[in-house]
Design a protein around this ligand. Structure first.
Ligand SMILES: NC(=O)c1ccc[n+]([C@@H]2O[C@H](COP(=O)([O-])OP(=O)(O)OC[C@H]3O[C@@H](n4cnc5c(N)ncnc54)[C@H](O)[C@@H]3O)[C@@H](O)[C@H]2O)c1
Length: 271
């Protein structure tokens, strides 16, 4: 009998040869994607407002920083994002994939008639402006590198009208719209753009604030988690579930897909 080792077929990683920038890689879905993209052979640029988090993640992936490098960025700042993208290309020599995942809602978000304007501004700046700034500076570098893929984090909240976080829903809805514009504008330059609209994902921020099944968070919405799961048993997932979709969209396996928003929300936007 051949040993297990002899049976193993080595294959190139699904992102072999690519440089991927993950913005918001410090924790949650972005952290998970960083590990997964690196396992699949990408050289990964890990950016976050929490530099300590991406620094320790990068050194856990690759202690000599040839495959993983950490960068500080504040996505709400034009100059910071522009500098980030320049530094990534200087460090790795190319850029093929952008995963924009910095974002999140504020528990004070509310109906458009009630919501405080500072919540409105913070949410739009982080979720929408931050995503667009990443695209603004990364896309020209992706084109110069021979083409690639942009993956933007939207939300199931972009696809249905029953939520109470109107500003977050507006920001994530705009990401769905503008992702189609990006697809239309840059396909001829070899750049695909897609979005992910996910349901509830088990990250620290979500556990603390909104709650997960059997473990309510602090906000009013927390009470509804268990009821929602009864109607939509696939609505709740792990960071790996979303990172796996981002990996597929970043890789050439999805080369026929652009302008799409994948509803990874357990059917909540469908029925
Ligand atoms: N977790 C969910 O249930 C869920 C559901 C739908 C959509 N999403 C979206 O997925 C994305 C990731 O969610 P998550 O739960 O992993 O969030 P998270 O809070 O765990 O991770 C977000 C990361 O972004 C970083 N970040 C925050 N502000 C930043 C800034 N100004 N500049 C740079 N980095 C900044 C944070 O430090 C953090 O590391 C978000 O865009 C969120 O809206 C999440």
């Amino acid at each position: 009998m051949p040993s297990n080792q002899e049976n193993t077929v080595s294959r190139p990683g699904r992102l072999a040869g690519k440089v991927a920038l993950i913005i918001g890689a410090g924790t949650g879905i972005g952290e998970c994607a960083a590990k997964m993209f690196a396992r699949e052979g990408a050289r990964v640029a890990l950016a976050d407002i929490r530099f300590d988090a991406v620094q320790s993640l990068a050194s856990s992936i690759c202690p000599d920083s040839t495959q993983a490098k950490a960068f500080a960025v504040d996505v709400t700042s034009d100059g910071s994002v522009r500098q980030l993208v320049d530094d990534v290309v200087a460090g790795f020599g190319a850029l093929h994939c952008l995963f924009n995942t910095a974002g999140g809602s504020l528990p004070e978000d509310s109906l458009v008639t009630d919501v405080p304007l500072d919540v409105w501004d913070k949410t739009m700046n982080l979720d929408l402006r931050g995503t667009l700034l990443g695209c603004r500076y990364a896309i020209p570098k992706i084109i110069a590198s021979g083409g690639g893929s942009v993956v933007n984090m939207s939300s199931g909240a972009a696809l249905r009208g029953s939520g109470k976080a109107h500003i977050y829903s507006a920001a994530k809805g705009a990401i769905v719209s503008v992702t189609r514009n990006l697809a239309g504008a840059y396909a001829k330059h070899g750049v695909r753009a897609n979005a992910i609209c996910c349901g509830r994902i088990n990250t620290q921020r979500i556990r603390d604030t909104y709650g997960i099944p059997g473990q309510p968070g602090k906000s009013e919405d927390a009470m509804k988690v268990d009821d929602t799961i009864k109607a939509y048993p696939y609505w709740f997932g792990e960071p790996e579930d979303v990172a796996g979709i981002a990996l597929f969209l970043a890789s050439d396996e999805s080369r026929m897909i652009t302008g799409a928003s994948i509803p990874a929300d357990g059917g909540r936007s469908a029925y």
